[in-house]
Design a protein around this ligand. Structure first.
Ligand SMILES: NC(=O)c1ccc[n+]([C@@H]2O[C@H](COP(=O)([O-])OP(=O)(O)OC[C@H]3O[C@@H](n4cnc5c(N)ncnc54)[C@H](O)[C@@H]3O)[C@@H](O)[C@H]2O)c1
Ligand SMILES: O=P(O)(O)OC[C@H](O)CO
Length: 320
């Protein structure tokens, strides 16, 4: 049994804490505020993952415990930096679970973590994993990517059970880009379905979106194969097909004509693709990402839906 500390008591952090208990570990869940800690203690559940009882063995607190064997950071991308600066993790490996690109710096999550905490072993956990299904113990698989093989193994032991399989690889850039870009493509897929453009259009969009992911991964030092694995294609399949995805459902509402402001005002859970779209396109530089760019322009209000669709459909035709 090892001491696993999960930082970030959102839906995913709570599900991962439950999964680490299932894997036989001693688990601490770190929430952002004392009020959040008190509410979880009072209700034995986290409002961000309603209907799921948190095991009594999970210690909930608003700061890091004195000792951890593994730190797992499950804070949304745009708050990753401030949370690391606030909690100042001690030396040792960290697993980052955010899926996005930081606004302003255009850094990937592991780059943000390295920037704040210095040279240390880092890993990314990313794959097709809805928090409520993992919390319920339904079968699933994911990717742990790190250039540090010892840390990969530690993460496998921390979370692996007969219902949750972890596949390792040494391509953290590919895994992070897959996780970030699928959120943007999922918004586009939601728009397509919400606007009534049809299943053919969604299939074409997701497939061409996968091409964008492959191009981007190779250009930024990752591998195209990562994009056809769980953290690329796997997560695209999950989030581009149903309303359980916050990114897809946001796109769906946009496609039906609702405003971004109204949609965001009605939700407290993070929808990573919204901030990530423009940051990802900026990070891509000269790499062609027409779908991600169309999403960024549409979200910013610079283009209407009709303009975006017309531009995507009138691009020069070429070999696949
Ligand atoms: N929910 C899922 O099914 C799921 C699955 C895989 C990956 N992810 C990824 O995990 C990350 C977290 O998502 P989530 O679903 O748990 O989010 P959530 O919307 O459920 O909760 C967000 C959490 O972030 C915390 N937070 C907000 N601002 C903060 C700050 N400044 N400092 C510290 N914490 C802050 C909130 O208190 C809350 O606990 C995202 O990058 C998401 O893409 C989510
Ligand atoms: O609900 P979404 O769109 O944030 O997706 C959650 C996870 O990333 C799915 O793997």
């Amino acid at each position: 049994m090892s001491k696993v500390t999960v930082v970030g008591a959102g839906a995913w952090g709570t599900a991962l804490a439950i999964q680490a208990v299932r894997a036989g570990h001693s688990v601490t869940l770190v929430a952002r505020t004392a009020e959040a800690v008190a509410a979880i203690a009072r209700n034995h559940e986290n409002g961000r993952l309603p209907g799921v009882r948190l095991p009594d063995s999970v210690t909930v607190m608003d700061q890091l415990p004195d000792a951890s064997d593994l730190l797992v950071w499950v804070v949304p991308t745009q708050h990753l930096r401030t949370s690391l600066l606030k909690l100042r993790p001690p030396a040792g490996g960290i697993v980052i679970c955010a899926k996005g690109v930081e606004v302003g710096t255009h850094m990937l999550p592991l780059e943000v973590a390295g920037d704040v905490t210095g040279d240390r072993p880092l890993a990314v956990l990313s794959g097709p994993n809805f928090a409520h299904e993992i919390a319920a113990g339904l079968p699933a698989a994911t990717v742990v990517a790190s250039v540090n093989a010892d840390l990969r193994e530690q993460v496998r032991v921390a979370f692996g059970t007969s219902t949750f399989r972890l596949y390792g690889n040494d391509d953290p850039i590919g895994a992070q880009l897959g996780g970030a870009a699928k959120n943007v493509i999922a918004i586009a897929a939601g728009v397509v379905i919400g606007a009534g453009l049809g299943e053919n259009a969604r299939a074409a969009l997701v497939t061409r979106g996968l091409s964008e992911l492959c191009r981007l991964a190779v250009a930024l030092g990752g591998r195209a194969e990562a994009m056809t694995g769980l953290s690329g294609l796997g997560d695209l399949m999950l989030t581009c097909t149903g309303m359980s995805s916050r990114n897809f459902s946001l796109g769906h509402a946009l496609g039906q004509g609702r405003s971004l402001e109204a949609i965001l005002a009605g939700r407290t859970a993070v929808t990573e693709g919204v901030a990530t779209a423009a940051a990802l396109v900026a990070r891509a530089g000269k790499v062609e990402l027409p779908i991600c760019q169309a999403v960024a322009e549409f979200l910013s209000g610079r283009k209407t839906l009709d303009q975006s669709i017309s531009e995507l459909m009138s691009r020069p035709q070429r070999d696949e």
